[in-house]
Write a protein that binds this ligand. Structure first.
Ligand code: FE2
Ligand code: FE2
Length: 207
């Protein structure tokens, strides 16, 4: 967590507790865990976008901070979608019925939770989001250490390579090299998650 204070600690405690529960089903830092957690993380941004749009629509965006937050959440959402597609579609992380069932049901709960919390306390919603991203960083750091070398050395997946060719992709914008193998892709994703930690910490102070 980049943010400090009681509220940030409380948010981190809540997310860490939820993450411990989900680790019963997804203990290994593999494609199953990543695909499932990416669905959940992405849903939090979709909820934030919906709630910010609502707040803007009812005329509460006096200084443009809500619109800026909405646009940032939109960019984060599409970046998370790329992560989800790499692990779920390219690497088969959602091939088990139980993973799809749990991930999708948790995502629906997370959607409503983040939508309601954003409406009433956007700072807390952002801190919760920051805590989710701090856990994501740990997952990808573990993945780089714990997954077999032959898996990490497979070629960069089709969706990762296609993302690299997209105009304005976050990896090139940050100055990353083109990913050649899966290890490069996961390192880029870990850097995305670190960027999300910083962005959510910043958003917590937005309005
Ligand atoms: Fe992600
Ligand atoms: Fe993220």
């Amino acid at each position: 967590m980049k943010s400090r204070g009681f509220k940030a600690d409380f948010a981190h405690f809540l997310i860490e507790s939820g993450e411990h529960l989900l680790s019963v089903l997804w203990p290994a830092a593999d494609a199953r865990r990543a695909a499932s957690l990416e669905i959940i993380a992405r849903t939090a941004y979709t909820a934030e976008e919906s709630a910010c749009h609502y707040l803007e629509t009812i005329g509460l965006d006096q200084h443009g901070a809500i619109r800026k937050t909405l646009e940032l959440a939109r960019r984060q959402d599409s970046n998370e979608q790329t992560h989800e597609d790499i692990f779920a579609r390219d690497l088969g992380g959602l091939s088990l019925w139980i993973d799809r069932f749990v991930a999708r049901h948790v995502a629906v709960i997370v959607y409503w939770l983040f939508a309601v919390v954003t409406l009433f306390d956007h700072e807390l919603a952002s801190l919760l989001g920051e805590a989710v991203e701090a856990e994501a960083v740990k997952t990808y750091q573990r993945m780089l250490l714990e997954q077999p070398e032959d898996w990490l050395h497979q070629p960069a997946t089709p969706i990762a390579s296609a993302y690299w060719k997209e105009e304005g992709n976050m990896w090139a914008a940050r100055g990353d090299q083109e990913p050649k193998i899966l290890r490069d892709v996961i390192e880029a994703i870990a850097r995305d998650e670190l960027d999300h930690v910083a962005a959510n910490s910043h958003k917590a102070l937005a309005f």
